[in-house]
Design a binder for this molecule. Structure first.
Ligand SMILES: Cc1cc2nc3c(=O)[nH]c(=O)nc-3n(C[C@H](O)[C@H](O)[C@H](O)COP(=O)(O)OP(=O)(O)OC[C@H]3O[C@@H](n4cnc5c(N)ncnc54)[C@H](O)[C@@H]3O)c2cc1C
Length: 404
């Protein structure tokens, strides 16, 4: 039996290795880029956050909320890490649950997969872009340029639109739609957010531990605590990725409320700042030693206090204003950055048209899909790659098991 797999990213490689466990199967793996796992090599800032110890407990989104459950249980986090260990990859989990290769290099993950793909019953077709798929009497025709290959079963593992420069594209959606599947609206998720506060550019590069609340017309949309990073045009960092899903989508006034000292109460902060007004410090140094210097000075200014005044001239109401700015700093949000900057695509191919226990299409027998092309996206922290491994493996095993 010949199984065609389109896409040699995370899910496609997992699918190929699973399908090839049946030695009667011949896998043909198509990848339009010159090498496998190009996006994978760029994940986690080059470290590849390949899973999360908490991914067995949820953290996934999509129109059909429970679609991912079976695959994630059938090949759970422990099994995934065991599988990687067998492939030769040592991994380490951070206290947050995020799992990384022990080498701290995403390339190590790509390398062990690449080595494993070099087995007798997997043929890799690199630099080959599949442009069309067609059903035929015994399976599928896979077209790339003027060449056509036949396979008995076909797995679409083309990924989503996010991360365009690393290979994200519409191809998977288009191929599946050509065989009758529907898709939901695509939105960027795990993405930076733009804001309209002119002061943000001056803070470019500053990192801060924050409690972030995203508000739509004053109503809480999402919240999280973690590291925020200011950029030239807005907000980034892991905590922003966590709250960014569907932020600034749809009508309403979107804002981000930041608490720069989530572990210190306003009262505690006020007593500390009042103590500082008894010193000979300039007012702009009131938050020195508390926050990043540049951030502290910006917030003092934002609270309406001119920096070159002596701290001793700052009164209690003005200290209240500083505390308010530190604990409830609000910025208007305009839009998320585009798909090319997003880490994952929210939305995708409608999952109710697939069997969650096999990843096989309910419309086209012998056709499978896995990974980000489907309408499943995960939280920040290794959830999306875990979905790619689990769904890819399930698709590969299911396709490799049955008779053509
Ligand atoms: C910058 C960045 C950082 C990220 N960091 C993390 C992280 O640390 N942890 C995490 O869990 N997730 C992370 N993600 C998300 C994660 O990388 C994806 O969710 C995951 O790679 C999806 O796997 P996939 O197999 O579905 O798609 P992909 O890995 O995107 O693979 C799809 C492959 O299909 C190929 N392809 C597409 N169309 C065709 C065609 N027509 N013919 C042939 N080949 C084709 C593409 O070239 C690509 O190689 C990150 C994403 C980005 C962009």
């Amino acid at each position: 039996m010949v199984i065609g797999i389109i896409g040699a990213g995370a899910s496609g490689m997992a699918a190929a290795l699973a399908a090839a466990e049946n030695e009667n199967v011949q896998v043909v793996l198509f990848e339009r880029q010159a090498r496998v796992g190009r996006k994978l090599a760029a994940t986690g800032n080059g470290r590849c956050n390949l899973s999360n110890l908490h991914a067995n407990q949820g953290g996934y989104h999509g129109q059909q909320l429970d679609f991912a459950d079976f695959a994630l249980r059938a090949f759970n986090v422990e099994q995934t890490l065991g599988w990687f260990r067998k492939l030769g990859l040592f991994t380490v989990a951070e206290p947050s649950g995020r799992v990384y290769p022990y080498s701290d290099q995403a390339n190590s993950v790509v390398d062990v997969l690449r080595f494993a793909l070099n087995c007798g019953n997997i043929r890799q077709e690199l630099g080959v872009e599949v442009t069309k798929i067609r059903r035929c009497e015994n399976g599928f025709h896979i077209e790339s340029g003027n060449r056509t290959e036949c396979c008995d079963k076909l797995i679409i593992a083309c990924g989503g639109l996010a991360g365009t420069k690393l290979g994200g594209s519409m191809a998977g959606y288009q191929l599946l739609r050509s065989l009758g599947h529907r898709m939901t609206k695509l939105r960027p998720a795990l993405v930076q957010l733009k804001c309209d506060w002119s002061g943000v550019a001056a803070l470019k590069g500053v990192r801060a531990n924050c409690h972030v609340r995203i508000l739509r017309d004053g109503v809480l949309h999402s919240e999280s605590v973690g590291e925020l990073q200011f950029t030239e045009y807005g907000l980034s960092g892991p905590v922003i990725f966590e709250v960014s899903r569907d932020a600034c989508q749809g009508k309403g006034k979107w804002a981000c409320r930041l608490d720069f000292l989530p572990e210190v109460s306003a009262q505690e902060l006020k007593s500390e700042l009042l103590r500082r007004t008894e010193t000979s410090l300039p007012a702009e140094e009131l938050l020195t030693g508390v926050l990043h210097n540049r951030l502290g000075k910006t917030l003092i200014k934002f609270a309406g206090i001119s920096g070159n005044r002596p701290a001793s001239s700052v009164n209690s109401e003005e200290i209240d204003a500083v505390c308010a700015v530190v604990k409830t700093f609000e910025i208007s949000l305009t839009e998320p950055l585009g798909m090319d900057s997003a880490q994952v695509t929210a939305g995708g191919i409608v999952t109710s048209e697939f069997n969650p226990q096999t990843m096989e299409s309910k419309l086209v027998p012998g056709l499978y899909a896995c990974g980000e092309v489907l309408d499943i996206d995960g939280d920040c922290g290794g959830y999306n790659l875990q979905w790619a491994w689990s769904s890819g493996r399930l698709a590969g095993l299911s396709a490799g098991k049955g008779e053509p």
